[in-house]
Design a protein around this ligand. Structure first.
Ligand SMILES: [Zn+2]
Ligand SMILES: [Zn+2]
Length: 168
């Protein structure tokens, strides 16, 4: 994702439109991502503001994530924004990222943009029943015979009453 910015050099106010599509290699770099099912699309501009190169871009992609409860893959669309200011090595300040030569590599910033919008948890559907904590069966596909409910013995007699009521 290296952008040649020589057209912007020495031209204050010049704008370079950006539009590119690139595949990200998912699982190694992004925690919780199974894979990218769409390439990353970036659209935006790089502008020369007194030899500070201002990037404003929007990105989008689609990934598969693991369902937090049953571990089924879930498709998720991601939209993100990247806003960065770049300056040549030597003329940087606390507000700018540095680069050298005539190219700016956007890979790290695209990655950061994606990380910021990656949901911590996704579920395949709101009522996903998850996996049985005892036998590991996917409870969306049917119940198992494990007893996973802890019952407070003090309430057992009450519960029996209610159950009797229900059955009547
Ligand atoms: Zn699920
Ligand atoms: Zn079970």
């Amino acid at each position: 994702m290296k952008i040649d910015i020589t057209p912007l050099f020495q031209r204050n106010g010049a704008v370079l439109p950006l539009e590119f599509t690139e595949w990200e290699d998912g699982n190694s770099d992004y925690l919780g991502v199974v894979e990218f099912v769409e390439p990353v699309k970036i659209e935006g501009t790089l502008k020369n503001e007194n030899e500070v190169f201002v990037l404003e871009a929007k990105g989008g992609t689609e990934v598969l994530l693991w369902c937090d409860r049953c571990l089924a893959p879930v498709r998720k669309e991601l939209c993100f924004e990247i806003k960065e200011r770049f300056a040549h090595t030597g003329s940087e300040n606390e507000e700018t990222e540095t680069f050298s030569g005539d190219q700016i590599d956007l890979a790290d910033f695209v990655k950061r943009g994606i990380m910021e919008v990656l949901p911590m948890k996704v579920v395949c559907r709101e009522d996903c029943k998850g996996l049985c904590p005892v036998c590991g069966k996917d409870l969306n596909k049917g119940d198992c015979d494990c007893d996973t409910t802890y019952r407070d013995p003090r309430f057992e007699s009450l519960r029996a009453l209610f159950n009797d009521d229900e059955e009547v």
